[in-house]
Design a protein around this ligand. Structure first.
Ligand code: SF4
Length: 199
C-alpha cells in the first residue's frame, strides 16, 4: 500500500514538472520536460546532467534512444542491477546557438534542484550514482574528489553519493568498456551491502 502511494505521489510530482518554466532559455529550446524514470523502490538512482537532444529530449525518457543511454542501460543490465531510477540534474535539454547540446548553467541546475530532490525523496535509493564530474561536484561539493576508480561513498545530507564516469566519456574512448563494466559490478555490490534507508 505504501509503495502504491509513493507511485501515485511520484506521478503527481512529475506531472507538475511538465509545465515548469523556471529556465527561460531551456523553455525555448526543449522539446519537452523529461522527468526521471524507473522503479519507485530503486536501490540505485543514476543522476546524469541533462536530457540529450537525440535522447531524452526526443523520447521523453532519460538516457534512452542515444549512445549514452544505450551504454548506460547495457551496463545496468550486464551488472544485474534490477531496480534502478534514472534522472538528471536538469529536466530540459540545453542547447547552444547552433542547436548542439551544451552543459546547463549553474542557475539552471539550481532552478531544477528542487525537482531532483523531490524525486529522490520519494525513491529513497540506497545509493545515488553521479554520472560524471559535473554531477558529482553539484551533489558532493566542489571539494570532494571525483575518483570513480576508487568509488568511495560520500554522505551528502541524506544521500549516499557514488562517483561513476558518464557514459559519453566512455563512448568517446576516454575509459575502457572493460573497466566501466567492472565499475558497475562494484556499484551493484556496494548497493547490496548498504542498509535500506527506511522506506
Ligand atoms: S530545467 Fe528544470 S527548472 Fe528548468 S525549466 Fe526545465 S524542469 Fe524547469
Amino acid at each position: 500500500m505504501a509503495t502504491l502511494s509513493a507511485e501515485r505521489r511520484l506521478i503527481t510530482l512529475q506531472r507538475s514538472m511538465l509545465t515548469c518554466e523556471r529556465c527561460a532559455a531551456l523553455v525555448r529550446c526543449r522539446s519537452r520536460v523529461v522527468p526521471g524514470a524507473g522503479a519507485i523502490d530503486a536501490a540505485v538512482a543514476f543522476v546524469g546532467i541533462a536530457p540529450g537532444r537525440f535522447g531524452g529530449d526526443r523520447t521523453g525518457v532519460p538516457f534512452s534512444g542515444d549512445r549514452s543511454g544505450n551504454l548506460l542501460r547495457d551496463m545496468i543490465a550486464a551488472a544485474g542491477l534490477r531496480s534502478v531510477f534514472i534522472t538528471n540534474l536538469v529536466r530540459c535539454n540545453p542547447r547552444d546557438a547552433q542547436g548542439r547540446n551544451r552543459d546547463p548553467t549553474t542557475a539552471e541546475i539550481t532552478n531544477c534542484r528542487g525537482h531532483l530532490e523531490a524525486e529522490l525523496a520519494l525513491i529513497r535509493p540506497k545509493l545515488v550514482a553521479c554520472l560524471g564530474r559535473i554531477v558529482w561536484s553539484c551533489l558532493a561539493g566542489s571539494r570532494a574528489e571525483f575518483d570513480p576508480t576508487a568509488a568511495q561513498v560520500v554522505q551528502a545530507g541524506r544521500w549516499r553519493l557514488y562517483p561513476m564516469y558518464h557514459p559519453a566519456y566512455v563512448n568517446r574512448g576516454a575509459y575502457s568498456l572493460k573497466k566501466y563494466a567492472r565499475d558497475f559490478d562494484r556499484l551493484r555490490r556496494a548497493a547490496a551491502a548498504m542498509r535500506d534507508p527506511g522506506r
